[in-house]
Design a protein around this ligand. Structure first.
Ligand code: SF4
Ligand code: SF4
Length: 207
């Protein structure tokens, strides 16, 4: 669930922001990070979509109320990336434009586990206020056929409100980069799919 903020998933860094740290060094010495490319169109978010989101949130709240041990539903949080890994994750998701958000629909992978975490972290909010918070995070326009929170510049949902899946998922190309034993000093992001895409310049670690 890309295009997300923090350490990746689009919201963290726009392509134009990425260009500020690009250099014109030769690419031969840089690692290539291959990711998909979303390349969709934006469309206004209809009231029907927002209503569907609200229904899904109410259902998730209901499931949470039925849980005997709601605290056990809270999933451990994936630590945020930092340093050059965070830079590359943000660049990859920005160039990809959030291909992995396309199945988010009006649910955005949010379920009783997400609600359990949000209710625990925001005890001052009642159920209605939580639902309002989500509804207010819906962008005016979102990518057609993708998650309701998938806006032009990435995920419009704050990281603490997202499903843990959104905060922890990395596609194969990005995961391969993150799993390297040593963090490379330079990388190029290549986002492509069906002949369309975009490529970053060479991104270099500042350390
Ligand atoms: S909430 Fe939607 S847009 Fe945001 S990261 Fe998850 S799937 Fe992507
Ligand atoms: S598919 Fe990969 S690069 Fe694209 S947004 Fe998702 S995690 Fe980021």
């Amino acid at each position: 669930m890309a295009f997300r903020g923090g350490s990746g998933k689009i919201a963290g860094m726009s392509v134009s922001a990425v260009s500020q740290i690009e250099t014109r060094e030769p690419r031969a010495r840089a690692v290539t990070v291959n990711v998909p490319f979303q390349g969709g169109e934006l469309a206004p978010v209809t009231p029907d979509r927002v209503r569907a989101l609200r229904r899904n949130l109410v259902e998730a709240m209901r499931d949470l109320r039925r849980a005997k041990h709601p605290e056990k539903l809270i999933q451990p949080r994936e630590p945020e990336l930092d340093g050059f890994q965070a830079t590359i994750a943000a660049a990859a998701c920005a160039h990809c434009q959030g291909f992995c958000c396309k199945n988010g629909g009006e649910q955005a992978y949010i379920d009783d586990r997400t609600m359990a975490r949000v209710r625990a972290e925001r005890p001052e909010l009642d159920a209605r206020a939580v639902i309002r918070l989500y509804a207010e995070s819906v962008p005016a326009t979102a990518y057609r056929g993708s998650c309701i929170f998938h806006g032009e510049k990435g995920c419009t949902l704050d990281r603490p409100l997202r499903a843990e899946l959104c905060n922890s998922y990395y596609c194969t190309g990005l995961r391969d980069f993150l799993n390297r034993k040593r963090v490379p000093g330079a990388a190029v992001v290549v986002a492509s799919r069906n002949g369309a895409g975009q490529t970053s310049g060479t991104l270099r670690s500042e350390t």
